[in-house]
Design a protein around this ligand. Sequence first.
Ligand SMILES: [Zn+2]
Length: 239
Amino acid sequence: MSKLNVRNIHSPNLDDHIYHLPNEGPGYDDLKQLYAWSFDDAWKAQNEWKAKNTRGRGPLFRWLGAQELKELYNTHKAGNSAAILEAIFLCSMNSLPIPRWCEMAYITAYRKVRQDKAKSWDDVFGRPHPKGMHLETKRQEREKGFKVYDMIEKIKQDDPTTPIDGFLFETIGRKLGIGGKTLTETYYYKELTFRKRYKCDGCGKRYAHWHDINKDGFCNYCEDKKKALDKNKTIKQSP
Ligand SMILES: [Zn+2]
């Protein structure tokens, strides 16, 4: 899936406009509002929602999902049929109404199989895995990634001063039977990026929750540091 391109959010293609929304109804108004929001609107709505809810993903994620749906429309339009199931997944994850383009594409694809015009789901929705991929190898890689990450997390809990270095990766790699420290390191950072996907633009530290990073991209620690610096500047500038 392509990365969200924030610059393209507010440049709707008028011809495509109707396909981004469902037919008239509650879902139409819901998605139309999400498309109209700016990032700040979504951020504000999320904070208001968070004060009242402890379950679910909230408006910010629905907004992000809506933006991704727009990108998937382009992916699908460019001929990639895998965008259909990806869009259905996004809608399910974020309780989003299904846009018209996705609804139409899904019905067409489904009917091709049901009416014996296509042999398999892969023919209409695209292959889920690349040809020749070893499922077992791929699954083991993923599981080893979990194990490396968990082991390092436990070590860090016991002794937060433990350096995350070549020696640590080598020890863990040997313990888990992965072998080389480079491979173990790769597993660790892949897993870290997956689990802590919110990165601070200041210190580079990774966080598990979006609300650990403010809308300027900084963590609380960096924000406080910035505020202290600004305050110092003001004091020095005043006569
Ligand atoms: Zn930071």
